[in-house]
Design a protein around this ligand. Structure first.
Ligand code: MN
Length: 431
């Protein structure tokens, strides 16, 4: 549903430059706190380098035109209540905000009193995340990883039938900028007689996209595939940090556990499903000979997100030398084998209730080409093809002090480009 909020000629009275991820056409939602403030956060949107505090806007009557439940939800300390109101509510809030911040707004003076510079804000998790599920929706990633362990038979027979996922852990989801401690764990060298316990030697990132659940489904009910996007509030970037040596030893037979749940970083601004409307494209087509999805996963109009993703690295030595981050990978979210609608419909297909604020991650996003791989495991092919950085450093896996920065941006002819900001995390030096 394209409306006036997507008009590429729309401008805010707040200045944004053309490269900003946050022009008036984006209007993402997040939760911030002033750096000098103790206590809870405030729901806000962002235009350029300015945060527009929606809780302050509500207090001063600026949201009076919005539905009472929507305005009240903006006074909460997290986005869960707003998410629970469904797509019509978030669309309505988007239109209200748009009218307030557009050039020529009658409320410019009052809006300006609710602004706060991004540089002086601390971003918090945007919602209370009750549950976190990580899927495995990139067939290229699944094929790459599978072929390292089963060269003759990389894809398991269920892959093209069932969206594979596992239950992750919500308590260790952290917001961009939070340092990551190198985890300890049990690992076993192939040649060693027994396992040892110590810091992981194979720390990795995973480039992923996250979807926040909006409207809930009750326990025991399902979500029809063609209604699944009604339950999709918006997207963020996700780095599913992974300890490959711990994973290799622990994963059989029940899947990932401590190799994954020590930290998962997300970008702080949720780009709403409505903001992403201009950047939809047909779901990636299945190869000839692939099975058609079972009816409960077959959408009348399967749509993906045309979202360009990048991974950057900045090591301690690069920082000391004043060097900028180097790009490790560049790929596109459009090529995923399973769409978020399919992941949501599948997740609820057994009657599992999805709750507002639950996070569903896509799994590592990898393309077909080498430079499109979304993890170091794949880029350096399990350590056998080390990655050389522009300053001559070599990486098989991450070292202490390495910082990984994920970025995502949508662009399409005729529309204003929008972006996700950064999902950033540095491996602490003190581990
Ligand atoms: Mn993952």
């Amino acid at each position: 549903m394209i409306d006036e909020t997507h008009d590429s000629s729309a401008r805010s009275f707040l200045e944004t430059d053309d490269r900003s991820d946050f022009p008036i056409q984006n209007l993402p939602l997040g939760v911030f706190r002033r750096r000098d403030e103790i206590g809870h956060g405030h729901i806000a949107t962002r235009i350029g380098d300015q945060i527009f505090d929606l809780s302050a806007a509500r207090r001063t009557g600026l949201l009076a035109d919005a539905d009472g439940a929507i305005a009240d939800a903006c006074g909460e300390t997290g986005l869960n209540r707003l998410m629970s109101l469904g797509r019509a509510a978030s669309r309505s809030l988007r239109r209200t905000i748009f009218q307030l911040v557009k050039a020529g707004s009658a409320h410019e003076e009052a809006v300006r009193r609710c602004l706060f510079p991004v540089d002086e804000a601390e971003m918090l998790l945007p919602a209370q995340i009750g549950d976190y599920t990580d899927f495995y929706a990139s067939v290229n990633h699944a094929t790459n990883v599978g072929s390292m362990f089963r060269p003759d038979n990389p894809l398991l027979p269920n892959y093209k039938w069932v969206p594979i996922g596992y239950h992750g852990r919500a308590s260790s989801i952290i917001v961009s900028g939070t340092p990551v401690r190198r985890p300890f764990g049990q690992t076993k060298d192939e040649k060693a007689a027994g396992p040892e316990f110590g810091p992981t030697k194979r720390l990795d990132f995973e480039l992923e996209v996250g979807a926040f659940i909006g409207k809930e489904n009750a326990l025991g009910t399902t979500i029809a595939i063609d209604e699944a996007e009604e339950h999709l509030f918006g997207l963020c970037l996700v780095n599913d940090w992974s300890a490959r040596d711990i994973q290799a030893w622990e994963y059989q037979p029940l899947g990932p556990f401590l190799a994954k749940n020590f930290a998962t970083t997300i970008s702080p601004w949720i780009v709403t499903a409505d903001a992403l409307e201009p950047f939809r494209s047909p779901a990636a087509s299945r190869a000839e000979g692939d099975p058609q999805p079972l009816p409960y996963l077959a959408a009348a109009d399967g749509r993906g997100f045309d979202l360009a993703l990048e991974v950057w690295i900045r090591t301690s030595r690069m920082r000391e030398a004043g060097l900028a981050a180097a790009r490790l990978s560049s790929t596109d979210f459009q090529k995923m084998y399973w769409t978020f609608a399919q992941m949501i419909a599948h997740h609820a297909s057994n009657g599992c209730n999805l709750r507002s604020g639950d996070l569903i991650a896509s799994g590592t996003v990898s393309g077909e080409k080498r430079e499109e791989r979304g993890s170091l495991l794949e880029l350096a092919w399990r350590g056998s093809e080390p990655v050389e950085l522009p300053n001559g450093e070599i990486r098989r896996f991450l070292e202490d002090g390495d910082e990984i920065i994920l970025q995502g941006r949508c662009s399409r002819e005729g529309f204003a480009p929008i972006g996700f900001g950064e999902c950033r995390g540095r491996i602490a030096n003190d581990s």
